[in-house]
Design a binder for this molecule. Structure first.
Ligand code: SAH
Length: 188
């Protein structure tokens, strides 16, 4: 986190708040996640391995701040965002930060990105009513998924590990993410 400058990923009007531990608006009713929560998610994804992950799937590119962090921790990052306007902002920011191992996709992330799966890690940055079935399928054996599960306003950040083809879940901490909108999430 010392290497990725968060102020590059927020609006110029908000740069003075970029290093506070709060979420901030990024347009279209969406927010850049709170750095403390991002740190927690990434630490759980890595599982203290100290090794780079192989392929990671991120749902909800948003500002691309977490995407840039994931790019430091994984060989390849695949990130999906549903709003074209957010992806249009994210793309040049990642280029400026010299991030080259990220592929971006416009679409419904609840369907995953089958072509490049299965993934060693999946990070969902929006709150879901349940685990989207496609994401469960696309998680590799032994892979780890971080996803906020709950209602539209409040969720529990949950860690799932796939063992013998089954997801084992563990509640981590209460969180507030914007809703995951899509076929495997909230309908609107
Ligand atoms: N990690 C991002 C989080 C942004 S907020 C950041 O810190 O900037 C969550 C993002 O998830 C929003 O940009 C929202 O548009 C996106 N999102 C919600 N549902 C989605 C879906 N089904 N597929 C892809 N992106 C989705």
């Amino acid at each position: 986190m010392g290497q990725v400058e968060r102020h590059r990923f927020v609006d110029t009007a908000l740069v003075n708040q970029a290093y506070e531990d709060t979420s901030l608006p990024i347009g279209l009713g969406q927010t850049i996640s709170k750095p403390g929560v991002v740190a927690r998610m990434l630490a759980l994804l890595l599982n203290g391995a100290g090794l780079k992950l192989g392929r990671v799937l991120e749902i909800g590119t948003g500002s691309a701040y977490q995407t840039a962090l994931l790019a430091e921790l994984a060989a390849q990052v695949f990130s999906i965002e549903r709003f074209p306007a957010l992806l249009d902002k994210a793309r040049p920011l990642l280029q400026q930060a010299n991030v080259r191992n990220v592929s971006l996709l416009l679409g419904d992330g609840t369907l995953g990105w089958r072509e490049y799966g299965p993934y060693d890690g999946i990070v969902v940055s929006a709150g879901a009513p349940h685990v989207p079935p496609a994401l469960e399928e696309q998680l590799a054996e032994g892979g780890r998924m971080l996803i906020p599960i709950g209602d539209r306003d409040e969720q529990i950040l949950t860690l799932f590990v796939k063992r013998n083809g089954q997801l084992e879940g563990r509640d981590i901490v209460p969180v507030r993410f914007v809703p995951l909108i899509g076929a495997g999430g909230w309908l609107a």
